[in-house]
Ligand binder design. Structure first.
Ligand SMILES: [Zn+2]
Length: 250
C-alpha cells in the first residue's frame, strides 16, 4: 500500500506528523489501473473508493476524512477543516490545522508535496506538476500555511517521487518557460534533448522559504511500484498524504 512512510514523533510543544506516499500495490483496481489506484476518471469508481477507504483506515480515519482535491494544475489553495460538503474543491493545494483529517495530493508523474509545521500544528498537501511549478503553487501553499500560523523555519517538506528530469523530455520553449521561473529545473533527457526536472524546481522554491526538504528518491516512469502517465498513458494515481496526529494520541 505504501511506497514510503515517515512518522515524526510528538514532543513537548511539537505535534506528531504522519507522512506517506502510496504505491501501486495492495488495492482492488484491475489492469491497467492495478491495483491501488486512488484517482482519475477512468477506473471503476467502486474500486477507487475501496482503495481510498483502505488508505484512510491505515491513517486511522474513516473514508470521508481522507481529503482529496479536484486537481486542475492551478495555483489555488483551499482550507480543509472537515469532510467536504459536496464535491471536492477545484484547487491544487490544501491546508489544515485539524488532527481529524488527512490531506492527499494525487500524482502519476507530477510532484506531490507535503508540508507540516509540528510546532504550530499546520499541515498542507500540494499537487505540483510542470504548470503548477511554473504558476508557483508551492509558494501559494506556503503563504496559506503561514496565514494559518506556520513558521517556514519550523516547517518540514516532503517532496514525493515524480517523473525525473532525465525522463521528462520537452520542447525547448517549454524548458525555457520553466527555467524562467526556476533555472534549476532546466536539464537534459537521457538522450541529451531539452528536459525539465520539475521536482528540482519545487525543491528550489521550498528552499527559498527556508523550509527543510526531504526528497523521496524514485522516478515514477522508472519505478514499477508507482503510476506514470508518461510511461503508461491510461493509468492510475498514487498519493502523497499528510496527517497531523491528534493531541490526545500517544
Ligand atoms: Zn526517470
Amino acid at each position: 500500500m505504501f511506497f514510503w512512510t515517515h512518522d515524526v514523533a510528538a514532543a513537548p510543544g511539537r505535534r506528531g506528523i504522519r507522512f506517506a506516499i502510496t504505491s501501486r500495490h495492495g488495492g482492488r483496481s484491475e489492469p491497467p489501473f492495478g491495483t491501488m489506484n486512488l484517482g482519475g476518471r477512468l477506473d471503476d469508481p467502486a474500486a477507487v473508493e475501496a482503495n481510498r477507504t483502505a488508505v484512510a483506515s491505515a491513517f486511522d480515519l474513516p473514508r470521508e476524512r481522507l481529503l482529496f482535491m479536484e486537481q486542475c494544475h492551478s495555483a489555488d489553495v483551499a482550507r480543509a477543516d472537515g469532510p467536504w460538503e459536496g464535491a471536492a474543491p477545484r484547487v491544487d493545494a490544501l491546508v489544515s490545522t485539524r488532527g481529524d483529517v488527512a490531506l492527499a495530493a494525487l500524482s502519476a508523474d507530477c510532484v506531490p508535496v507535503l508540508l507540516a509545521d509540528p510546532v504550530a500544528g499546520v499541515v498542507g498537501a500540494v499537487h505540483a506538476g510542470r504548470p503548477g511549478m511554473v504558476a508557483r503553487v508551492v509558494d501559494r501553499a506556503v503563504d496559506a500555511l503561514v496565514e494559518a500560523g506556520a513558521d517556514p523555519a519550523e516547517t518540514l517538506a516532503v517532496v514525493g517521487p515524480s517523473v525525473c528530469g532525465r525522463c521528462y523530455e520537452v520542447p525547448e520553449g517549454m524548458r525555457a518557460e520553466a527555467a524562467a521561473v526556476s533555472p534549476t529545473s532546466a536539464t537534459v533527457s537521457w538522450s541529451g534533448t531539452p528536459a525539465i526536472d520539475v521536482a528540482a524546481g519545487v525543491v528550489d522554491q521550498l528552499s527559498a522559504h527556508g523550509i527543510r526538504v526531504t526528497w523521496v528518491p524514485g522516478c515514477t516512469r522508472e519505478s514499477p511500484h508507482l503510476y506514470s502517465y508518461r510511461r503508461d498513458g491510461s493509468t492510475g494515481r498514487f498519493a502523497g498524504i499528510v496527517r497531523l496526529v491528534p493531541e490526545d494520541a500517544s
